[in-house]
Design a binder for this molecule. Structure first.
Ligand code: ZN
Length: 364
């Protein structure tokens, strides 16, 4: 125990009790108090008459960088995205090894570089800053909520949806979040930022995360009891779930591309990774300091409509030269501010993925 501290975190029920206490104390950190304002000087700077922007931020769930086709995984788990003009980043580190840690952190000003869980919980998020600048936000959720990120803001949950096209009475496939999404958007109402929080590869029931036609890697582990399956079967089910996420994202991009009235774009990033038997570990949530790479390295990509790429002067070769740079969730905050042309002293050009790879002078 003394020599292998990580063992402590593997012992049930001790780890469960410890995590529960951690979650309860984290949740109560900001309870009942107004959020501390950040970036109070935030405002949009753009020439009059410019097309409004529509940015979809997809928060992926439990997709690890090592299983991502665009990162060179031996299996092509992202065939639909590979056929699109997306800019993929292959060396991205998550802020946490769990949803509870990563979500508030990735939408925070502090991020991992200045991490303070309690202060992050008590402070406004990126979405509050966007709203202050006059950009309407919406958080659509097929998971367990936005963990405070969208507190007081527009929120729609599909947790208890019973849409027979996508839901089995227990959970819904992620495509449910695309229903009636683009049809209702009105360019005359201005800029929009929409967050889609996926169920993604949430385990251990990977086999329930995709429709039958995405069961391409076989045999699969078709039970929540991972101990009853061979490792190969678990990996197959997990990879099929990635294939389905690839499809959901490509479908969302097609919907965005059809938005004639907007400059449309997408950022996808997963919240954390997953262990699939490496070193005898499964699932995720190992304390960050000792979490293995498979739990902390995540996929991230950007997609821009032709109109956005032109109006923003997106320099794709410049971005591609940055594809394997060491990046992380900390890049989300300033990248989104930059993309939405929100000016504030809280913006850090060093963390904006597009700084020096776009031409703000060309904005029109
Ligand atoms: Zn998660």
């Amino acid at each position: 125990m003394r020599n292998q501290k990580e063992l402590r975190y593997l012992i049930t029920p001790g780890n469960v009790v410890a995590s529960l206490v951690a979650v309860i104390s984290a949740d109560s950190a900001g309870h009942g108090q107004p959020l501390r304002p950040i970036a109070e000087d935030a405002h949009v700077e753009r020439v009059t008459g410019a097309r409004p922007k529509l940015l979809v931020i997809v928060v992926g769930e439990t997709v690890r960088a090592q299983s991502w086709g665009l990162n060179g995984y031996a299996r092509q788990t992202t065939p639909e995205l590979a056929a699109l003009d997306v800019v993929n980043f292959s060396n991205v580190t998550a802020c946490g090894s769990s949803t509870e840690v990563s979500l508030p952190c990735m939408f925070s000003l502090r991020g991992r570089r200045d991490y303070d869980a309690r202060d992050i919980k008590r402070s406004e998020s990126l979405l509050h800053v966007l709203e202050r600048a006059g950009i309407r936000t919406l958080w659509r959720d097929n998971q367990t909520g936005c963990k405070g990120v969208c507190e007081g803001l527009a929120f729609e949950s599909f947790l208890h949806s019973d849409d027979p096209a996508w839901c089995d009475g227990e959970r819904c496939l992620d495509e449910v979040m695309l229903d009636n999404l683009f049809e209702t958007l009105d360019p005359a109402a201005g800029d929009r930022v929409i967050v889609l929080h996926q169920l993604g590869n949430h385990g251990p029931g990977y086999y329930r995360r995709y429709p039958a036609r995405f069961r391409r890697f076989t045999p699969t582990c078709d039970t929540d009891d991972l101990g009853a399956c061979r490792r190969e079967e678990i990996v197959n089910a997990y990879d099929n779930a990635v294939l389905y996420t690839d499809h959901v994202l490509a479908k969302a991009i097609a919907g965005l591309d059809a938005q004639q009235g907007f400059d449309a774009g997408m950022m996808y990033v997963s919240d954390h990774g997953e262990s699939l038997g490496e070193n005898g570990l499964y699932l995720h949530g190992i304390p960050y300091a000792i979490a293995p790479d498979v739990q902390t390295k995540v996929p991230l990509f950007l997609w821009f409509s032709q109109r956005w790429a032109e109006s923003y002067g997106v320099d794709r070769p410049c971005l591609r030269a940055r594809q394997s740079a060491a990046l992380g969730h900390d890049n989300l905050f300033s990248t989104v501010l930059g993309l939405m042309q929100v000016r504030t002293r809280a913006y850090d050009p060093e963390l904006d993925l597009l700084s020096n790879c776009s031409n703000p002078a060309r904005h029109f």
